[in-house]
Ligand binder design. Structure first.
Ligand code: SF4
Length: 702
């Protein structure tokens, strides 16, 4: 028995606390956790020491997360808007019965007048949003059930689906000898704890870590080599490396010829377009000899991995940058073997609700992403949703259910998002707080936090994994879990029979039916982990060709180049706005989720913009002073930090705070600055991703 387990047992004894296995959901890495509860209060919590996912550890965000159960700013009751849209939101408390009746009546009238496709769902990727999907999709008949990926890793997801037919690969750092991370700052973003640990351990065993990033991030600081690339040029560097590897015959010919669709065409494509290291050098700001050396190192050190997350995206050329970065793995035969990008197996979790075929209503129109002209988008192009709501393009959207996302805070061009909410007949927010988005809605439904509800999820570990979140304390106020909210609306719509469960274990049993562990065992252990498998490429991949798609017929069918190509990003600095705006995360916060936590805010209570010392001298910016950051669209006042490790010509906003975030959250309100309204709407033409870094700015002392 480990000392961590002993400590846990002793604490439980001493404090008389019940120990409940659950997981943290402050960020999407959902670390399995042991929560110690006494008198309906969390008295202690720590990582589940048996879990391979986090091996007993949690990050600072997780350790501070219990506060959400006692935060006085939490929503407690359903709230109905009492004033006109566009004015600062005023709300009155209503009963759940009134709230459900209001929503059901509005949903019915929208379906009657415009059809069910006029209602859309946008949510985080929680399995419990499946309940909303059953209701609004299968029963109501809307094809527009979306998540938040276009504000996240849409370009990476699209690249991975295209090349490998996989939605979310893991990174087998532990077995790697050469890791190349493109705009990926996993140590600084403080997520995926087991991956971060494995990366550091691998380095101790001799793995070389190369970080390609305009910013000398926390991960770059730990790297063996930092490649300070010009922003938005990752695709050029990756294509030039592919060119170099192929022209020097360093690729894995057997693997490429056997398992890569279009290898010969890819070689010709690189040659015909002149994607040489010399060509890329002036674009990327990296000399040709360095590009050739990196290419040789990558191709000859095995196992190796070229990995991306969000950073290579966020530009209008981000989708093909992602394809090119992943192509490096493919031509070197470095896919799904130990030490490679890992095409993980998923646990055999079932759906919690089964709607019989005769009760289902088939959608009458294409889903919005396809109708908008983005058939390859893995999720809704968020930045185009206002066109549908305000202009009816491609067809009218009149109702929106927003679950655990905050588009007013998270999407570029806040002005346009705010305008969109004015035009909706029904906007529902399911939320913990009266967020900026909730303030624009017609009705706000208080949801339980992850400490107050059950959830059964796919684990984010190498092997197939199920992780369990159990309710450990009573809900705050009258807040309800997504299942109960869905059931309440369904009953008012006449579909109550399809949501018959009285307690979460009823649907939990159904989800676990095909997992080799009972729900009771899961409750006592907290997770189920299956066997890690490698080398699935020869078995065939779920792509159109069954192979790794260096050439994509889907791209060609949609009117794009079947091979990844390089195009310049859309917004380039000029004399008037001479700096490129980029973004990075704060290790003490998770995007826009944690800013009302007093403990995290004590450590990091405001965000800032980083500027290179050379640019700081040029524009008269002093470290730790307030500055005005101005784009052609808007300006913000924000603290400046003068750094050496940032490519000159760029500024980097650490994002997450600002403009009264959690408008009624007392801790967050008015601290830091938010950059999203500096950006105009720029949408990736292939994936529909938000292009957060397509923005030029100028800076001056405040
Ligand atoms: S990485 Fe941190 S915030 Fe994310 S789930 Fe784990 S403990 Fe929670």
């Amino acid at each position: 028995m480990s000392s961590a387990v002993n400590l846990g047992s002793r604490l439980a004894e001493i404090k008389g606390a019940e120990v409940i296995k659950s997981f943290c959901y402050t960020c999407p890495w959902q670390c399995p956790t042991e929560v110690f509860v006494r008198d309906d209060k969390i008295v202690y919590h720590k990582g589940n020491p048996e879990s391979p996912n986090n091996i007993g550890s949690r990050c600072a965000k997780g350790m501070a997360s219990w506060h959400v159960t006692r935060d006085p700013d939490r929503l407690k009751y359903p709230m109905l808007r009492t004033n006109a849209k566009g004015e600062p939101g005023q709300f009155k408390r209503v009963s759940w019965d009134e709230a459900f009746a209001f929503i059901a009546e509005k949903l019915k009238s929208i379906a009657d007048e415009y059809g069910p496709e006029a209602v859309a769902l946008t949510c985080h990727h929680d399995p419990n949003t499946q309940f909303y999907r059953h209701l609004l999709g299968e029963l109501y008949g809307s094809p527009n059930l979306y998540a938040h990926t276009s504000g996240c890793e849409q370009d990476r997801r699209s690249a991975c689906l295209t090349l490998f037919g996989h939605v979310f690969p893991m990174h087998d750092f532990a077995n790697s000898k050469y890791v190349m991370l493109w705009g990926m700052n996993n140590l600084g973003a403080n997520q995926g704890l087991w991956e971060s640990r494995a990366l550091i351990e691998a380095q101790k065993k001799g793995c070389k870590l190369v970080v390609v990033d305009p910013n000398f991030t926390e991960t770059a600081q730990k790297a063996d080599e930092w490649i300070p690339i010009q922003p938005g040029t990752d695709g050029a560097l990756a294509l030039a490396m592919c060119h170099s590897i192929i022209s020097e015959r360093l690729y894995d010919a057997d693997f490429a010829n056997s398992y890569c669709n279009g290898f010969d065409g890819f070689r010709a494509h690189l040659h015909d377009n002149g994607y040489t290291p010399e060509w890329a050098a002036s674009i990327c700001g990296i000399d040709a000899d360095t590009i050739k050396r990196l290419a040789r190192e990558f191709a000859t050190t095995k196992p190796a991995m070229s990995a991306i997350f969000k950073g290579s995206g966020y530009y209008t050329n981000g989708a093909d940058a992602g394809r090119a970065c992943y192509a490096l793995n493919a031509i070197c035969g470095e896919v799904d073997k130990p030490g490679n990008l890992h095409l993980k197996d998923w646990a055999p979790l079932g759906l919690p609700v089964v709607i019989p075929d005769e009760a289902k209503r088939a959608p009458a129109k294409d889903a919005l992403h396809a109708a908008m002209g983005y058939p390859l988008a893995p999720d809704l192009p968020n930045s185009k949703l206002p066109d549908a709501v305000i202009d009816g393009n491609p067809y009218p959207v009149k109702g929106l259910l927003v679950h655990a996302t905050n588009p007013v805070m998270s999407d570029p061009n806040r002005d346009r998002v705010l305008e969109m909410f004015k035009h909706l007949d029904l906007a529902i927010a399911c939320e913990l707080y009266m967020s900026e988005t909730a303030l624009e809605c017609d009705i706000v439904l208080p949801e339980t936090s992850f400490y107050e509800q059950a959830e059964i999820r796919q684990g984010m570990w190498l092997g197939p994994e199920v992780v369990l979140c159990q309710p450990v304390v009573s809900p705050v106020g009258e807040s309800k879990a997504p299942y109960e909210i869905t059931k309440g609306i369904a009953e008012k719509m006449g579909w109550g029979e399809y949501f018959p469960y009285e307690k979460w274990e009823d649907w939990g049993e159904i989800m676990m039916e095909n997992v080799p562990m009972s729900l009771d065992e899961l409750k006592s252990k907290g997770f189920w982990a299956g066997e890690i498998r490698y080398n699935r490429v020869p078995d065939g991949l779920p792509t159109p060709s069954g192979k790794i798609e260096l050439h994509s017929s889907s791209y060609e069918d949609a009117g794009f180049n079947g091979y990844p190509e390089y195009t310049e990003r859309s917004v380039v600095p000029d004399e008037e706005f001479p700096l490129q705006l980029t973004h990075s995360k704060l290790s003490m916060h998770c995007n826009i989720v944690t800013q009302n936590n007093p403990y995290l805010m004590e450590v990091c209570g405001e965000n800032w913009v980083e500027i290179n010392s050379r640019d700081a001298a040029l524009y008269g910016i002093v470290d730790d002073s307030m500055v005005i950051l101005e784009s052609p669209k808007d300006q913000i006042e924000i603290k400046a930090k003068v750094v050496e490790g940032l490519v000159p010509g760029c500024v980097s906003v650490r994002h997450g705070h600002g403009f009264g975030h959690w408008a009624m959250g007392s801790t967050a309100k008015g601290r830091g600055a938010h950059s999203n309204n500096l950006m105009d709407t720029h949408t990736n033409p292939i994936t529909g991703a938000n292009c957060y870094n397509e923005c030029k700015v100028r800076i001056r002392a405040a």
